[in-house]
Design a protein around this ligand. Structure first.
Ligand code: C2E
Ligand code: CA
Ligand code: CA
Length: 817
């Protein structure tokens, strides 16, 4: 130690010595930073950075040594052999360039590497030192003490190893490393110098040597400073670029992860990168995918296609759809698109580019598939009941028929139409009607097997496809089961409704071999079932078809009949048997069909009722009858027939009062003829409406009396003014005793309830006589007047009265009854 200190203070020029230390520290500090970069840059760039580190450190060490040598003033003229001096510098540069790449990039440094690096550094710096010393030319001899030489190399190398074991990724670590390196260099140099003895010898000739030591030292320091500056600036520049690159990469990663598609980049099937979306999709962390083969995610078949030709799977427009099985075993529908992307640069080692990098986008189709399924469901199901709709029914029916044809078995299509469903709609509104339909659907489902299909065709129409139905008896049994299930009363908010269903059955293959044919024929049979009195089933018969076609055509024509002016009214007079006065005329509807001529109401009124056309038609009748009656010369009543369907219209009362107001006909002149059918079902409602009409002053007549439900109890409750004896009883007068008995009973009832009675269908004078003799107050019939256009009656009759001649046969007998 004393030797070192002595050597420093007595034999050195101090300012130059400080310059040497300064150069040393600067070189070490810059080197530490270059070394850190060297470990961070891409593999391909490392050699360059190792050279830079070697240059900075090696030149720095060499300059330190050289300046220190210049500061060494043993009192002899010294010069240096340029060749050896240069070689010594090269040794330092090479040693550093070899040692520094051994430094750990980040994390805990490895001791072995640090030791190896330190050894290389110690040896190279030592070699440089002693070579530099040997390059000295001076008048004398230089002697090294071997223990000092060994010690200096050991100390220098050890300290360098300690330096390389610092954490270069941390600022403090780098500073410590720089200090340790500087100390190691200085130690090595001055320990070496302490063991150096110079023996002056006047005989030794020294060549040249006129350069000023100071100038040389400063120039050397300046050169090293320049090198160090270049090194440092490249560190700073690289750092900046690197920062930008990492930010860019992070941004790209965020972007890639932000996409809804899973992204994967692979080269020749080896996954290079994936985004978070993909990792989430397959349920594996990105780390578990990168570096693996794409078969980790994709089915082998697809993977091999992708490997063979990345753009063959999908050329970027048409995607390939497949199912991915996730880590959890869930299978997800996806579509994939693949495309060769810009070849990823892997640095200056270009041989890495054997295959292009490809991007594969994997789009999760779960949502889309779900939406598609939803749409498909909606397109094939009825929204209200969830039953298949007509489209799906046809589809299923096709399958059933195909199978039946192949197996030589039978099948059936049943068409259903609810009876009295309209009543529910009228009373409970559409919302109530909808709820009832849902209950109906439930019952239908429950009464069928899962393999059968029940569909809602619309409104209150349903259809059933039954496979493996080989006998008509089986069809009948099914129909009966369905009818029974649907006729159990329904409860809607405490209101109980009884509806039923009519069923039409068409059998495969007898009634048709195609779905449309069978559906059509089942519908025809249904039509018949409805006409035959509801709540029954009918099998299709070929004869039904023609009639049905006719009815359908008629229905079409009926819809436009009023508009086209094909409807008109005729009036049939009603007389008082006592006074012979004309008391009223009944309006009867007529239709002049363009092809069929005049069609009787019995042919089209039921049709109009079924098709719902009776509502507008009935209004037209009412309005026309009121208008025409208002113009009659005699202010008798006009009787208008009302269908039960019309009666269920909620605004009937308002409509009638509106018509009366518009036409100016006094309510007392209007008679309404209703049938007993009106009184079944919602009697309370019927009662309310009848009372309202009665309150307006309208005359109420109960038509076809005796043919209906014949519960006489209602007569007392309902505000009728008149009973109309049905013509079947009048026809029976004189033929059977029952008819006469009924007529007598009705007349007695009328008298006891204070109701007027009118007998219709009076065709013979005999009938008229018998009615009069029993005290029937009013009569109507062909004998007394056929239905005729408005006003015709008044034009023909001199006086609008019952002709006296007709009464001749049985003069005034009713008084005796
Ligand atoms: P209804 O109410 O019982 O009408 C009486 C029917 O008997 C009329 O038949 C009439 O022409 C017929 N008639 C009258 N006198 C005799 C007779 O002496 N002998 C025979 N055999 N028949 C006689 P029409 O005009 O064919 O009407 C049939 C049914 O059509 C009516 O029976 C009625 O229920 C319905 N109808 C007629 N017009 C209308 C209408 O404007 N609205 C409604 N809802 N139904 C109507
Ligand atoms: Ca009538
Ligand atoms: Ca009648």
């Amino acid at each position: 130690m004393i030797e070192i200190l002595g050597c420093l203070t007595y034999e050195h020029n101090l300012p130059l010595l400080f310059l040497a230390v300064g150069v040393c520290c600067m070189a070490c500090f810059v080197s530490a930073n270059v070394v850190r970069r060297l470990r961070l840059v891409a593999r391909g760039h490392r050699v360059i950075w190792a050279i830079v580190a070697g240059l900075v450190y090696g030149c720095g060490v060499w300059a330190t040594h050289f300046i220190a040598m210049l500061a060494f003033q043993p009192g002899l003229p010294i010069s240096y052999a340029p060749g050896l001096t240069a070689v010594s510098a090269l040794v330092a540069v090479l040693g550093a360039a070899l040692a520094f790449p051994l430094v750990q990039a980040s994390g805990k440094p490895r001791r072995g590497r640090a030791l190896a690096g330190g050894t290389v550094l110690g040896l190279s710096v030592g070699a440089m030192h002693f070579m530099g010393m040997s390059a000295m030319r001076l008048p004398g001899t230089v002697e090294f003490s071997p223990p000092h030489a060994v010690l200096s190399v050991l100390a220098g190398g050890g300290l360098a190893a300690l330096a390389l074991a610092r954490r270069f990724d941390r600022r403090r670590g780098r500073l410590a490393a720089a200090c340790l390196l500087a100390v190691s260099i200085l130690c090595l140099h001055f320990l070496g110098m302490a063991g150096t003895t110079i023996l002056p010898d006047g005989n030794v000739e020294v060549a040249g040597g006129g350069l000023d030591g100071h100038l040389l030292a400063i120039t050397t320091a300046a050169v090293v400073a320049a090198i160090a500056t270049v090194g440092l600036s490249s560190v700073v520049l690289e750092e900046k670029l690197w920062g930008e690159r990492t930010r860019d990469a992070a941004r790209l990663r965020r972007l890639a992860s932000g996409t809804f598609e899973g992204l994967l980049i692979h080269r020749g099937g080896t996954i290079l990168d994936v985004n978070e979306t993909l990792a989430r999709l397959v349920g594996l962390p990105a780390a578990a995918l990168v570096g693996h083969d794409i078969t980790r995610i994709l089915p082998a078949g697809v993977a091999s296609r992708l490997r063979a030709d990345p753009e063959a799977v999908a050329n970027g427009t048409a995607a390939l759809e497949l199912e991915l099985v996730t880590e959890g075993g869930r299978s997800i529908p996806v579509e994939i698109l693949s495309r060769v992307i810009e070849e990823v640069k892997t640095g200056w080692r270009r041989r890495a580019r054997l295959q292009p990098a490809c991007a594969v986008a994997i789009r999760d189709l779960t949502e889309r598939k779900r939406a598609e399924a939803q749409i498909r469901y909606l397109a094939h199901h009825d929204g209200l009941t969830g039953l298949p709709n007509r489209a799906l029914l046809a589809d299923r029916a096709h399958q059933v028929l195909e199978l039946a044809a192949r197996e030589g078995r039978g099948a059936a299509i049943l068409c259903l139409d609810l009876d009295r469903f309209k009543t529910v709609n009228d009373v409970m509104g559409h919302e109530g009607g909808d709820r009832l339909l849902a209950q109906v659907a439930e019952r239908l489902r429950a009464s069928l097997r899962a393999s059968d299909t029940v569909a809602r065709l619309g409104g209150d129409e349903f259809a059933i496809i039954k496979a493996d139905l080989d006998t008509p008896e089986a069809g009948a049994a099914l129909a009966n089961r369905v009818i029974a299930a649907l006729s159990v009363p329904y409860d809607l908010d405490g209101q109980v409704f009884e509806i039923g269903t009519s069923v039409g059955i068409a059998l495969f293959p007898g009634d048709g071999r195609t779905v449309p044919r069978l559906l059509h024929n089942a519908d025809t049979a249904l039509y018949r079932a409805k006409r035959d009195g509801r709540g029954v089933y009918r099998f299709f018969e070929p004869a039904m078809d023609q009639r049905l076609l006719e009815r359908r055509a008629m229905e079409r024509d009926l819809r436009v009949a009023v508009e086209r002016g094909e409807m008109f009214l005729v009036y049939q007079p009603q007389f008082d048997t006592m006074t012979r006065e004309l008391v009223g005329q009944e309006a009867l509807l007529r239709w002049t069909h363009p092809a069929r001529g005049v069609v009787p109401p019995s042919d089209f009124v039921p049709l109009a009722e079924e098709a719902g056309l009776i509502i507008p038609l009935g209004r037209w009748v009412l309005e026309t009858a009121c208008i025409e009656a208002a113009g009659w010369p005699v202010p008798c009543r006009v009787a208008v027939n009302l269908s039960p369907a019309q009666f269920r219209q909620p605004d009937l009362v308002a409509a009638i009062s509106g018509i009366l107001e518009r036409t100016g006909l006094p309510p007392q002149r209007l008679k309404m003829e209703v049938t007993e059918g009106l009184l079944i079902g919602d009697t309370e409602r019927a009662l309310t409406v009848l009372r309202a009409l009665k309150a307006m002053g309208i005359f109420l007549s109960l038509d076809d009396f005796g043919t209906g439900y014949s519960s006489l109890g209602y007569l007392r409750r309902f505000p009728f003014d008149e009973l109309k004896i049905d013509q079947s009883f009048v026809r029976g007068l004189g033929r059977d005793v029952e008819s006469a008995a009924i007529i007598e009973a009705v007349l007695a009832l009328g008298r006891s309830l204070g109701l007027s009675v009118v007998a219709e269908g009076v065709e013979t004078e005999e009938q008229l006589g018998m009615l009069r003799s029993r005290g029937c107050p009013q009569v109507q019939g062909y004998l007394l007047g056929r239905p005729a256009r408005s006003g015709e009656f008044f034009a023909a009759a001199v006086t609008p009265r019952l002709p006296e001649t007709l009464l001749a046969a049985s003069p005034h007998m009713h008084g005796s009854a």
